[in-house]
Design a binder for this molecule. Structure first.
Ligand code: ADE
Ligand code: ZN
Length: 350
């Protein structure tokens, strides 16, 4: 219990969380009511007629290997659950409420600085305007800074299962909002979608002075080649950070490159542990840290991952990797170091 209190009280930086992945069933229900919508999963024809049912649907995405489903409707993937939530986000107020919900939640566990992903393509595709989306994010960011002592910047993510042309169009459309967008990333389904497909996008963002990161999901086929591309090629000379990328531990040459180039990695323990054996996940996290590679612990999609937020993820690695207090201080400093905050913000956090 003391450790819990300590981890909550520790000033924290979170560098890998998807805004849409913080949409709790309670908020989703509230927004659906406000927008006069019926909730459900189109593919299966299931509708959720109560908050309790909606909550239960979140459990449906919590699939572990070997899990036996009672019926077909119950069976859906993380991406179905996650993208299914997008439909309730329509107005500027909806985006504001979503962002404030995250800010309030993590300010209470003493997150002081965050860089938060969002997926614009998942919103413009449904007819949401850039002004509604970015207006809500901008206002929430300002309130968090003023009232919650929580400084936030936004990372625009591109869905790699959509076309590079769509990504570039969205990049162009985002230009008026670059005062609050610090960097770009690549997310969604990585299967057969190497980072190199988006080489032009990354080059352009680099030229424009944005920071670059990229998801290299655990257990993706070709993951080593994807990691190689982001470390060496993407953006002209490699990215600034890698999101996940734990499979680098299987290739000494990748470990060496990441180390030499000082590329930090965001690591989301619970996101892996809910699908993968402990014996695969934990030694890899430990190996990155022991090799002197900077890792920063984060939560990924806490609302869809059993409500496990960043403080709990830190506790998990502390216990499971057997990190001591010095290691935990290193992790806290790594996150500040790896952040794309201005120097005065970093100094304030130290
Ligand atoms: N987008 C939101 N969450 C994601 C995840 N865990 N992996 C890939 N893309 C995502
Ligand atoms: Zn992620």
């Amino acid at each position: 219990a003391d450790e819990n209190a300590f981890m909550r009280a520790l000033p924290k930086v979170e560098l890998h969380v998807h805004l849409e992945g913080t949409l709790t069933p309670e908020l989703r229900w509230k927004l659906a009511q406000r927008n006069g919508m019926t909730l459900g999963l189109e593919r299966t024809g299931v509708t959720y007629t109560s908050l309790e049912q909606l909550k239960a649907s979140y459990a449906g995405a919590q699939i572990r290997p070997g899990h036996e489903f009672d019926n077909e409707e119950e069976k859906f993937t993380f991406f179905e659950a996650y993208y299914g939530g997008f439909e309730v986000l329509k107005t500027k107020q909806d985006f504001y409420d979503l962002a404030m919900n995250y800010f309030n939640r993590v300010a209470a566990i003493n997150v002081r600085y965050c860089e938060v992903f969002f997926d614009p393509q998942g919103h413009t595709n449904r007819g949401v305007s850039w002004d509604a989306m970015m207006g809500g994010l901008r206002d929430a960011q300002a309130v968090a800074g003023r009232d919650l002592n929580l400084y936030c910047q936004w990372i625009m993510c591109f869905m790699r299962d959509l076309s590079p042309e769509s990504a570039m169009e969205h990049y162009e459309a985002s230009l008026p909002y670059h005062d609050i967008i610090i960097g770009i990333g690549l997310d969604s389904d990585e299967h057969l979608r190497p980072p190199a497909l988006f080489a032009d996008l990354y080059k352009r963002a680099r030229q424009d002075g944005l920071f670059l990161t990229c998801h290299c999901d655990v257990a993706t086929d070709n993951t080593h080649e994807h990691i190689r591309q982001v470390v060496l090629d993407i953006g002209g000379n490699g990215v600034d950070r890698i999101d996940h990328g734990l499979n680098a531990t299987e290739k000494p040459e990748l470990m060496e490159l990441i180390q030499d180039r000082g590329i930090g990695m965001t690591v989301c323990p619970w996101s892996y542990l809910r699908h993968q054996p402990v014996d695969e996940v934990i030694p890899r996290i430990r190996a990155l840290h022991d090799a002197g590679i900077k890792i920063a612990v984060a939560s990924d999609d806490p609302a869809y991952m059993e409500d496990v937020w960043v403080a709990h993820n830190l506790l998990l690695v502390k216990k499971m990797c057997e990190f001591d207090d010095r290691d935990m201080v290193t992790l806290a400093r790594n996150a500040i170091d790896m952040s794309w905050g201005k120097e005065e913000v970093k100094t304030r956090l130290l």
